[in-house]
Design a protein around this ligand. Structure first.
Ligand SMILES: [Zn+2]
Length: 496
């Protein structure tokens, strides 16, 4: 019997996957749905129109949607629920409040949500809700505040002279929503009170520090924000097998630029006695956001960061003899030594055509494995598989029912015969992605002709997409049974 993967796919693939090795947050691949809510306070309203907000957030070339698409290599899309090109509602009057404080932002969210619901708009199920305020002088130079998960709120202040939303702020605060913390600097001295050092036994990495200007979560002011660094990409599930190589022995490792189409694009080194790992990457000009000028010290030089399970990362200044951090990456021909562990990192050379570098690693107590090659070319395309077939999407009206599944009601989902699938399909690998608009709960999936004790169970959390792949049998007529304990939305896609 032919085996077919049934993807009860993501309303939005989001949290719930295995914890990433180094980094905050969780996998963020597929689509994430966002809503922009414009607000006003009495006579003071946001100066930003709905059309402007749609451009700034969803469709503009510098929008966070463009940033996430480019940084993820097309793995993450930011969309609206009602409109693919973005949902924007309001303005809604939230009355007097100070949006610059956490309590004020809580109040803003509650009041705007109430006003939206009274106007018949549902805010359930969105991954991100962006509230845009009226011009408020009290927020100073701060342009936004994004919650870390499980929060989904971003408050954006309409306080720039040109009455626009700043691209860097939008993407940065969304980064917090995805679970990313700030990208800071590893501030070391050669002994207490000594001169600046790259790495030493006397280092500080202050919480909240965001001095790493070489990536979005450290960018400031009107900077566009560089693409997210390798440990972030890995934490968000944007890397493929082979893209990140753990170097466990001395040798010469070939390394491709971070955004190259193939090959090893990051090296990691375990640092004995440290929960964090060293992450090495190379950059070249790429797309809209990594538009480095020729000669920028950030390109074709090795960016070295410490990143660990706390979700923060710290840039290492490989050229501590200069006061600036703009030249922190290790240029070709130089060696970075870690006196604490004895690790030595040398960028031997970078090929000007391909951007591929040769990184010589000296790892104490390990044999030399010689040269570890890699090709930066795109890997051969996988065999083309037939297009996926959506058999059920309760939010977009595909299949039946055309509304959220009701609690404790069994629903029979016809799979066989849909979209060219075999009519008598009996087996499937099912990726269930479900999202309860309300209470947390669980859903069971089983062959309608068998006992419910054979069901596979997937737990779901309020407001979160939960994704799991399970192998199931289908009834003789190609039908799958689903039964939730709470009201929930399901999208089912069959992939072959
Ligand atoms: Zn921040």
């Amino acid at each position: 019997m032919r085996r077919i993967a049934l993807l009860l796919a993501a309303v939005l693939p989001a949290l719930g996957a295995a914890a990433p090795a180094d980094g905050a947050g969780a996998r963020a691949v597929g689509e994430r749905e966002a809503l922009v809510v414009l607000t006003s306070s009495g006579a003071r309203a946001s100066r930003i129109s709905r059309a402007q907000a749609r451009t700034d957030v969803f469709t503009g070339p510098r929008s966070p949607a463009a940033f996430l698409r480019e940084s993820s290599g097309g793995r993450l899309a930011l969309v609206g629920r009602d409109r693919r090109d973005g949902d924007v509602i309001g303005p809604y009057d939230v009355g007097p409040l100070d949006p610059c404080t956490e309590a004020g932002r809580d109040r803003l969210e509650r009041r705007a949500n109430t006003a939206a619901r009274l106007a018949g708009r549902s805010l359930d199920g969105y991954d991100h809700v962006l509230y845009v305020t009226w011009p408020h002088p009290g927020c100073g130079t701060v342009n936004g505040a994004g919650q870390l998960p499980p929060g989904r709120r971003l408050v954006l202040y309409d306080n720039l002279p040109d009455a626009r939303l700043r691209p860097r702020t939008l993407a940065h605060e969304l980064g917090h929503n995805l679970g990313l913390r700030h990208a800071g600097l590893l501030r070391c001295t050669d002994g207490p009170g000594g001169p600046k050092a790259a790495i030493s036994a006397t280092c500080e990495a202050p919480d909240g520090d965001q001095g790493d200007r070489l990536e979005l979560m450290g960018a400031a002011g009107d900077e566009l924000g560089r693409l997210l660094s390798a440990p972030r990409r890995d934490a968000l599930g944007w890397t493929v097998p082979g893209e990140v190589r753990a170097a466990v022995a001395s040798g010469t490792y070939e390394l491709c630029p971070l955004m190259a189409p193939g090959g090893t694009r990051a090296l990691t080194i375990t640092r004995p006695g440290d929960a964090r790992r060293l992450w090495l990457e190379l950059r070249r000009p790429h797309g809209t956001f990594d538009d480095f000028a020729p000669g920028d010290p950030a390109i074709d030089a090795l960016q070295v960061r410490l990143a660990g399970p706390d979700g923060r990362s710290q840039l290492v200044d490989a050229r501590p003899e200069t006061a600036t951090w703009a030249d922190a990456p290790l240029p070709p021909g130089r060696t970075l030594r870690d006196p604490v562990t004895g690790i030595a990192i040398t960028l031997q050379a970078v090929d000007p055509a391909s951007g591929r570098g040769a990184v010589v690693l000296g790892l104490p107590g390990t044999p030399d494995v010689g040269t570890v090659p890699t090709s930066c070319a795109a890997p051969p395309a996988p065999p083309v598989s037939p297009p996926a077939v959506v058999v059920l999407d309760t939010r977009r009206g595909v299949g039946a029912p055309r509304r959220a599944l009701r609690a404790r009601r069994t629903v029979r989902v016809r799979v066989g015969g849909r979209g060219g699938l075999p009519r008598r399909l009996r087996r499937a690998t099912v990726e269930l992605s479900v999202r309860p608009p309300g209470r947390s709960g669980a859903v069971r999936a089983w062959n309608c002709a068998a006992r419910t004790s054979t069901a596979r169970r997937i737990a779901v959390r309020r407001g979160r997409a939960s994704v799991r792949r399970v192998a199931v049998r289908l009834s003789r007529s190609g039908v799958l049974c689903l039964r939730p304990t709470t009201r929930l939305h399901v999208r089912a896609t069959v992939v072959r």
